[in-house]
Design a protein around this ligand. Sequence first.
Ligand code: GLN
Length: 556
Amino acid sequence: MTATNKQSHPKGLWVLFGTEMWERFNFYGMRALLTLFIVNALMISKEDSSIIYGGFLGLCYLTPMLGGFISDRFLGNRNCIMLGGLLMAIGQMLLFTSASIFETNLELAKTILYVALGVLIFGNGFFKPNISSMVGSLYPKAEKNKLDTAFTIFYMGINVGAFLGQLICPLIGDVVVDGVRNIQAFKWGFLAAGVAMLLGTLTFFLLKNKYVVTPDGKAIGGLPSGHNADDYEEGESQKAQFSNLSIGIAVAVLSLLIYVFHNFLGQNWIYSTIYSAGITLAGLILSDKSLNKIERDRILVIYIVSFFVIFFWAAFEQAGSSLTFIADYQTDRNFFGWNMPPSMVQIFNGVFVVLFAVPFSLLWDKLRANGKEPISPAKQAIGLMLIALSYFIIAHNVKDLGNSGLLSVHWLILLYLIQTWGELCLSPIGLSLVGKLAPKRFASLLFGVFFMSSASGYALAGTLGSILPATGEQFKACSEAGFDLKAVLDKTVVPTAEQIKFMVDNKISDHYPSFAGFTLHNLFEFFMVFVVLCGVASLLLFMLVPRLKKMMHGIQ
Ligand code: GLN
């Protein structure tokens, strides 16, 4: 039996922490190697590899909706976590196979890659919403106020795993000796990821019955039909009641929306599916007849917050694309005498989460003890404000760099520090908010909706990343080829046919990118896009806080 006293957290939290830690090791470790493997071993172009990578990430955060649905209706959290964990381990073993045979049979290796990614996408979909919703279920109603702290601790598990995965998998899988990459090494990175996932699944399998239980010892996360009536508030329904008609309408609306996003708003099929699925699922849940007014209000709060955090993830996920390009081409990466590899700069995010997760959870505890803790949506608005601030600082630092100056890596590290503070105000708090507000019978499904805002954020990040203006190395390449790229972009000279060919061959655009009707001339303006988007989102969310507070009906 696991007791929770006033201060301590149930032991089950540490089981979920360990399980999620290994799972995130598996996910981020593989993620660090994926595009390198695709390009260098499977000989797929960089462009196609980014499309595969973006689509894969987006779909990983789309399937939690399915995993949540199946869990809430049929299998329960525990089964879904083990199923998801095993699927992901199989996915990694398939990647290991692909990375073992590509030299003898390239086509088969490619086919296995796609199958592996598909298996990983579904595995993640089963695993992610269910482990998150179990954290919420560990706390009885009277202790739901501990959830922000609980999720912040859980979030630390996520990032210890992410950090270790991003360190160890590249170390054994991305081996470069004397400037030559050993493409046979990738398989060891994938194998390590697979082993980590097996360890996570095993941790959960062995410890769940003993520790992942309610304060009075009842199993948490069993089959949906096994819910205990005592877990419910008075008048709360225990079963979702979607009618066949509303499911039918949802499918029709989904198809229509995908069509509209693709054909009228110019989004690719994957992005269109992500946006449309989010909207449709949100509508479907609200159509459930068993919902009462309070539940409906609380679910609406989840939706409103999910909408605003899309902008956070769109800005945050520049880490893997535009910020890494800047780290690569326009940054002096001298870090106390060591020239840091560009792909490693983003590891500071994981490092800072691990360093600051506990101080943040102590801060919330202290503020709560003094009755000064901001309510969750206010914390999220602070998170959005912090990410806007991080881009504001970087924008002002790149302002005077000109077209060829180098940004000191210390500024990028400061950017990751502030972004991580923002993330800690927003991401674990968002998980906790869903844990507190979701009616139990929809908990995993609503986590699915919440993760869909990450998927939408990643899709938007892809679109926004592609409006990165020319960076230093492109100006340099043109000047070495004997012409001034700035003059071409400013349209003060007309490039010759030879210069146009040079630009096409080197994938250099001959015009400035534009966003929402504004032309972006330089990195300063590019970064200001994120300042404005996240700053406005933050202010609007702050303005909505009093209203949201009412709609939360007593939950903080
Ligand atoms: N970094 C966190 C994780 O991996 C959050 C990701 C997200 O929700 N976008 O779980």
